[in-house]
Design a protein around this ligand. Structure first.
Ligand code: ATP
Ligand code: FE
Length: 356
């Protein structure tokens, strides 16, 4: 099966071709990602209208390039998969319209994909993980634990009740005058810092569930920063390093503690090949990754972290999730709806009408 995937739910326009022959690991024949860095700089965040316009302009070119890099024509495809939500509605619409146009022109079947399912199925694309596995999605917009049982079968164990950790890293960087995206700059700044100098909170760590919270951590960091400034008139490099190290240690400790709870629930089901997989940009963080790796090693659970380019937004994951759904018989019609909200643990779009 060979599938073209389209992704345009946030600020990356992407197209990719993925192929899987019976019994083989899937192969990524091409994966093209056009970012929108620069486009939104003046506004301090992604502007939905600008993003949607840019997607609409770039999708055609993106598709052409993905096909060219895969050395395929449209008639070599079996289906077209597209992110149908959740995301910024203008961007999702641009992708869905483009996919519908391609499907109408070629007669190829159309498969709508949940963007989060794309992230959650990535470890099957990269490492062939068997169901069921535990998934920790940690990005700029999301933070949740899922047991993945099938292409459209997920159990959500818990997640953040306020900010996503990537957002917290980005805000921390902003508070300390470090460049965006905040994750990598906070991680770099934290090197050599003393994680124990500031007593940052570990929100919800003692609660016996898989929910997390990161907004209090940000407030604590702001207070610690202001206390230093009030006392000394400014931050030294060492202050910044200690603040970053303390913040990062708190995030890593909370994530590890909640992952331990989620693993206990998951292992209760006695999976044949127990595995924890991570996705999302925050999974690139060395301290967080090390904490999770140690946890898994202690429990005899396989730890899988796909390469960063496949952990962040891309269309190969959409093509692959579409491939699994297509193989299971899923087909969407020209009435496929673009959905701004679409929780993972509810029915697929094929089973729902338009709207929520
Ligand atoms: P989503 O895909 O959930 O809508 P997104 O597109 O913002 O959100 P990603 O592209 O997966 O998310 O990840 C970006 C986030 O990851 C940013 O918030 C960034 O700061 C964070 N990040 C990247 N590298 C690191 C790192 N080394 N440490 C911590 N955070 C990181
Ligand atoms: Fe994403």
């Amino acid at each position: 099966i060979t599938i073209l995937g389209l992704e345009s739910s946030c600020d990356d326009t992407a197209a990719a071709v993925v192929r899987q022959q019976d019994g083989d690991l899937p192969a990524i024949l091409s994966s093209v990602v056009f970012g929108q860095t620069g486009l939104h700089d003046a506004y301090g965040g992604v502007v939905p209208e600008i993003a949607a316009r840019a997607h609409a302009e770039k999708l055609d070119h993106c598709v052409r390039q993905a096909l060219a890099e895969a050395a395929l024509e449209l008639d070599a495809l079996d289906a077209i998969a597209v992110t149908a939500g959740p995301g910024l509605i203008g961007g999702v619409l641009a992708g869905v319209m483009c996919a519908k146009g391609l499907a109408a022109a070629t007669g190829l079947p159309l498969v709508g994909v949940n963007h989060l399912a794309g992230h959650a199925l990535t470890p099957r694309l990269t490492d062939g993980l068997a169901y069921p596995y535990l998934m920790l999605l940690v990005s700029g917009g999301h933070c949740q634990f899922l047991i993945a049982r099938g292409a459209g079968d997920f159990t959500r164990l818990g997640g953040t009740i306020d900010d996503a950790p990537g957002e917290a890293f980005d805000k921390t960087a902003r508070l300390l005058g470090l460049p965006q995206p905040g994750g990598p700059s906070v991680e770099t700044e934290a090197r050599g810092g003393d994680p124990a100098r500031f007593a940052f909170p570990r929100p919800l760590i003692d609660r016996d569930d898989c929910n997390l919270s990161f907004s209090g951590l940000k407030t604590a960091l702001l207070r610690a920063r202001d206390a230093i400034i009030a006392e000394k008139g400014g931050l030294t490099r060492a202050d910044r390093a200690d603040l970053c190290a303390g913040f990062q240690a708190a995030v890593a400790e909370v994530l590890a503690a909640k992952t331990a709870r989620a693993l206990a629930l998951y292992l209760d089901e006695a999976p044949a090949e127990p595995a924890l997989a991570v996705a999302g940009g925050v999974a690139a963080n060395g301290t967080i990754r090390a904490a999770l790796e140690t946890l898994c090693a202690d429990l005899g659970v396989r730890f899988v972290a796909p390469p960063l380019a496949l952990c962040t937004d891309n269309a190969a994951m959409i093509a692959y999730a579409g491939l699994e759904r297509f193989r299971a018989g899923a087909r969407d019609g020209m009435d496929l709806a673009a959905r701004p909200r679409w929780p993972l643990d509810t029915a697929s779009p094929a089973m729902l009408g338009s709207g929520r």
